[in-house]
Design a protein around this ligand. Structure first.
Ligand SMILES: Cc1cc2nc3c(=O)[nH]c(=O)nc-3n(C[C@H](O)[C@H](O)[C@H](O)COP(=O)(O)OP(=O)(O)OC[C@H]3O[C@@H](n4cnc5c(N)ncnc54)[C@H](O)[C@@H]3O)c2cc1C
Length: 418
């Protein structure tokens, strides 16, 4: 890493932000063309804080199957094109070349064999350094101004003149890692629209106290976020009940749609199918059949086949169905009320836990303002944008890093073509 006191006043390519997307851009630019002087400026004293905390400290690098449907954005066509330009398989090959083997875990997630995010960060930094990229830590960029077909960057450690600039400043999630949203202001001043950012992949706080008694219980659910006047957004996966509400992949995947609706002043309701993969007829049939086979069985026992017994007991109690009710005694109306409740259990969201707990930021620079063949701005020639600053957010599972690698590959190859 270059001594921050070192003075670089002129660069061919200045990358603002040396997180996942910035480092990938630097490496692919240097691989594409070793001639230009490439600097990556980062305000942090130490690089890669977000990579290090990612995936519970293990860094879920990508996913075996990455599809446009795994992301939310303003335009799926450029998204598809960028993902095709550098696929998850290419990302896995790239990390293998850097000495980071990956293995697959549940839901297609790929993690480093070392099970340590430090390996991923070290490999990226080592490769960038080996390719003569100047990694300037402690260089917070304060302003970017176009100057006669090039750019002047004002940093906390002096001015840098650059022919091309890559904005890789990330979003606003986990601001203590250095991603505090200043990049949006740079992009706006350089002519871009900013779709108002909202936290996504964040746990959700619930009203009431139903959740509190279930803290620590995790199970599969299907969640539906119903925003007024829109089609419901459906997500599925494990959900964790907590003392404040809900967390886990399903809850976090649902949070972005809820936050977006709230930011737009729309009403949004979240409901859980606590017996995923089943509909009303299937659940009712199962209860009826069980009542014939085991008429004296108590309700929580019968429900335990469908969902964790603690959740089943809490649902029954909430509906005021005594826990010692035997299946044969369950009145038709009560049974139907119970089945309806299991299929659409209301989750009264008070708020999400916000940027300090969000894994990603939704919103940012719309893809329609970017050329997906190069990641160059359509409104400010010579400016490129990569990673989370763009209006793309993926679900949990390695998709957000894949977006960083893919955009870094496309921008790196294009911005280094002199
Ligand atoms: C807790 C947590 C866990 C996560 N786990 C995963 C996971 O396992 N898999 C996955 O795919 N995704 C995960 N993510 C999301 C993923 O980390 C991000 O999507 C990804 O890091 C975005 O990369 P980026 O380079 O665009 O932005 P960032 O990683 O945020 O990097 C931006 C960089 O820009 C620098 N910067 C910002 N402003 C300035 C400025 N003005 N001047 C100089 N430098 C600046 C920052 O210091 C930072 O280093 C996780 C996120 C969090 C918060």
């Amino acid at each position: 890493m270059v001594d921050p006191a070192a003075t670089i006043r002129h660069a061919d390519i200045a990358i603002v932000g040396a997180g996942a997307a910035g480092l990938a851009t630097a490496i692919f630019a240097a691989r594409h063309n070793p001639a230009p002087l490439i600097v990556a400026l980062d305000g942090a004293r130490k690089l890669g804080a977000k990579i290090l905390v990612s995936g519970g400290g293990r860094c879920n690098v990508t996913n075996v199957a990455v599809e446009p449907d795994d992301f939310r954005c303003d335009n799926p066509n450029p998204l598809r094109r960028v993902l095709r330009s550098f696929t998850a398989q290419q990302a896995a090959g790239f990390f293998r070349e850097l000495g980071v083997g990956l293995h697959e875990e549940e839901r297609g997630k790929l993690f480093p064999d070392s099970n340590s995010a430090g390996t991923v960060l070290a490999a990226l930094v080592q490769e960038a350094t080996a390719r003569n990229v100047a990694l300037l830590t402690g260089h917070r960029v304060l302003g970017i101004a176009p100057r006669a077909g090039a750019f002047e960057l004002l940093t906390s450690a002096g001015r840098v003149h650059a022919l091309r600039v890559v904005l890789a400043t990330g979003g606003m999630s986990l601001p203590k890692t250095g991603s505090d949203g200043t990049g949006y202001e740079f992009a706006r001043r350089l002519g871009h629209t900013i779709i108002p950012p909202v936290p996504a992949l964040a746990p959700l706080e619930l009203e009431g106290d139903f959740h509190a008694s279930l803290a620590g219980v995790a199970h599969d659910v299907e969640l539906a976020v119903q925003v007024e006047g829109e089609r419901a957004v459906a997500v599925s996966g494990p959900m964790l009940w907590t003392h404040f509400g809900i967390s886990g992949p399903a809850a976090m995947d649902a949070s972005g749609a809820w936050e977006r609706a709230r930011a737009e002043g729309k009403r949004a309701a979240v409901a859980a199918n606590l017996v995923p993969g089943r509909d009303f007829a299937a659940v009712e049939r199962q209860l009826l059949q069980r009542a014939v086979e085991h008429p004296r069985e108590r309700l929580p026992g019968a429900l335990a086949e469908l969902l964790p017994s603690r959740v089943a007991a809490a649902v029954a109690a909430h509906l005021a169905i005594p826990s010692d009710t035997q299946l044969a005694q369950l009145a038709r109306q009560t049974r139907r009320r119970l089945v309806h409740a299991l299929l659409a259990w209301p989750l009264p969201v008070r708020r999400s836990r916000g940027y300090t707990h969000a894994e990603v930021t939704a919103g940012g620079v719309p893809l329609r303002e970017i050329n997906p063949a190069t990641m160059e701005s359509r409104v400010c020639p010579g400016l490129f944008l990569v990673g989370e600053i763009l209006n793309v957010d993926g679900r949990i599972g390695g998709f957000n890093f894949q977006w960083a690698w893919s955009t870094g590959y496309v921008a790196g190859s294009a911005c280094a073509a002199f």
